[in-house]
Design a protein around this ligand. Structure first.
Ligand code: F6R
Length: 607
């Protein structure tokens, strides 16, 4: 977790660092700080709280900084509470560092250093790295870095400055992301390219075992022994505009509205002549027909997209699918093996548990297919095959468009598996692909009028708790709807398979308990209506999400959220938007910080 940045050039850098950090606040916002070369010292300013409330306020009280080189950090606390002293950069006047990741053996290193006379001030694992570098530093930064990284275990991306090497930044990483940006006469480091898009679109991906040295002359890469290496310069496709709010009140709302385009960008490149085509990533028909088992693994919304995938693949391709939460999968010695396909789903491509699930699947001999949004991320690089979901940057911590594109991809994957395995014929496959390509337009229709979602939000925003119910694909969708609501509005909610309610959970229903019932599957309609009547007769206030054309009696539901007409199979993907907007407006009406919900961070690079 955490976001790190660095700048070296010929202009004052404090504002540039703060500006870049603001773009990374989605990675954590417990505290923030910068360290710069001011005159002949390393000057550090850091503060608890979000950048605007802490660091920026403190900087206003400082004399103007003229430094042209420095590093910065925005933190999501893992070791030690959010506080000024635990904030980064961390150092001792000789060396200063910013760190994203977790140092697993920090206690051993700390004990070793205490034995050497070092005194620790913070509770962070990061301070052990700063002091270890100091211990090994005798004039040559690369030598100190090489020795330190041979000792530290865990995940890290580090930006390091040494007082004796003025206007120079060193960077090294393992398992946490770090890019090096190449501007015009200036250079950057950042956890994510969105932080520096305003200044440059050209960047390098730093790999494990590489050190970057940035100074006013340019960027130099070496291996850990100081041997120079050449690296490929990449160009970010994302522009500054797409990383900004574009006139919407929140990134979440903007990203919800971007879903029609995002789905088109995910699906269209993988459709050739009206049929799915995954040849680009190496997922050939031969491979698809050979897989014995299919696993889908991810966390949170990514796992929910996998749940939709399971329903679709099993229904269309008659092939069993195991969906698992990455943090469970990796520790239960899963039965994944050679001859299986492991589909690893992640927006960021950096989620620690998901990355480990991928490595485990690979180690056990399975083929791995990453479904990832962030290009060049760890999961994308580690997997045998990659599908980039092309949703553009997702800044809001609460995932919307990333979930939608992951889910849309699951549809296409299910069609392809079913077609290759002969459980649907070519005509049906073409029909399904066409239906999927029509989904963005239908989502567009759902986005035309916000009043229905605002109305529903006004009916539930004061609730303490509510239930989402559905059957089949609607059950999978309900899990996502419930997660959205609790994540950003802090209202407790639970998703339950509608038919399972009577086995215990129905006792939660009392007079006025809101129940959001999703009913898009014709074959399950009668069953669903009877489940809804059961909760309604026990006092529930029911909000039904179904086709606009559906006749819903008032003794069944209190309010209806109508969806455009489409074949049953596509309605849960279309209804996703309604779920997201109900959560969004509920959170807004409760005055919550929608884009940065409490206790969370966008990219969960720790266990
Ligand atoms: C929920 C949400 C999370 C993520 C999860 C996985 O709104 O955003 O549940 O889906 O943390 O993240 P990625 O997809 O980056 O692996």
């Amino acid at each position: 977790m955490c976001g790190i940045v660095g700048f070296v050039g010929k202009r004052a850098c404090a504002d540039i660092l703060v500006d870049a950090l603001k773009k990374l606040e989605y990675r954590g916002y417990d505290s923030a700080g910068i360290a710069v070369f001011e005159n002949d010292i390393i000057k550090t300013v850091k503060a608890k709280g979000k950048i605007g409330e802490g660091l920026s306020v403190k900087l206003k009280d400082e004399p103007e900084l003229h430094a042209v080189c420095g590093i910065g950090h925005t933190r999501w606390a893992t070791h030690g509470e959010p506080s000024d002293v635990n904030s980064h950069p961390i150092g001792n006047g000789r060396i200063s560092i910013v760190h994203n990741g977790i140092i697993e053996n920090y206690r051993d290193i700390k004990n070793f250093l205490i034995g050497k006379g070092y005194v620790f001030e913070s509770e962070t694992d990061t301070e052990t790295v700063a002091k270890l570098l100091d211990y090994y530093y005798s004039g040559d930064p690369v030598e100190a870095i090489e020795k330190a990284v041979s000792i530290i275990e865990g995940a890290y991306a580090l930006g390091i400055i040494f007082r004796n090497h003025k206007n120079r930044i060193y960077a090294v990483r393992k398992d946490s992301p770090l890019i090096v940006g190449k501007g015009n006469g200036e250079s950057f480091i950042a956890s994510d390219v969105t932080a520096i898009l305003e200044y440059t679109r050209e960047y390098y991906c730093l790999e494990r075992g590489e050190i970057a040295m940035l100074d006013q002359e340019g960027i130099h890469f070496t291996d850990l022994h100081g041997e120079a290496i050449e690296k490929e310069l990449l160009t970010a496709e994302w522009d500054v505009e797409s990383a900004q709010k574009g006139g919407y009140e929140h990134f979440m709302l903007k990203e919800i509205h971007e879903q029609p385009d995002a789905i088109r960008n995910t699906i269209s490149p993988r459709v050739k002549n009206g049929l799915p085509d995954f040849s680009e990533c190496g997922l050939t028909a031969d491979k698809i027909s050979s897989y014995k088992h299919i696993f889908i693994v991810g966390c949170g919304s990514a796992m929910h997209a996998g749940m939709v995938g399971k329903y679709l693949i099993e229904a269309l391709a008659r092939t069993p699918v195991i969906v698992d939460i990455a943090s469970e999968f990796r520790y239960r010695d899963p039965l994944v093996a050679e001859g299986d396909l492991a589909v690893i789903v992640s927006q960021s491509g950096e989620t620690a548990d998901t990355l480990e699930a991928l490595k485990l699947s690979k180690a056990k001999g399975a083929d791995t297919l990453a479904v990832v949004n962030v290009v060049g991320s760890s999961i994308a690089r580690e997997a045998d095959m990659v599908i980039y979901t092309n949703a553009g940057p997702e800044i809001s911590v609460c995932s919307t468009k990333a979930y939608a594109v992951q889910t849309a991809f699951m549809y296409l994957l299910a069609f392809e598996i079913a077609y290759v395995r002969g459980t649907i014929n070519e005509i049906r496959c073409r029909e399904l692909v066409k239906g999927l390509l029509d989904v963005p337009g239908k989502i567009g229709e759902c986005l035309e009028d916000m009043s229905v979602y605002q109305f529903v939000a006004s009916k539930i925003f004061s609730a303490d708790s509510l239930l989402y119910i559905g059957r089949g694909l609607d059950n999978a969708l309900s899990m996502e709807g419930s997660l959205k609501l609790k994540e950003i509005s802090y209202i407790h909610s639970e998703a339950y398979a509608a038919g399972e309610l009577k086995h215990g959970t129905i006792s939660l229903i009392e007079d006025g308990t809101p129940v959001i019932a999703v009913m898009t599957q014709t074959a399950l309609k009668e069953k669903m209506i009877s489940n809804v009547r059961t909760v309604k007769s026990r006092g529930a206030k029911v909000i039904m999400i179904c086709r606009s054309s559906e006749n819903v009696d008032t003794d069944c539901a209190d309010y209806k959220v109508g969806l455009p007409d489409a074949e049953d199979i596509f309605l849960p993907l279309i209804a996703t938007v309604a779920m997201q907007l109900i959560a969004y407006y509920t959170a807004v009406q409760r005055g919550c910080d929608v884009d940065k919900p409490r206790n969370l961070a966008k990219s969960v690079t720790v266990e």
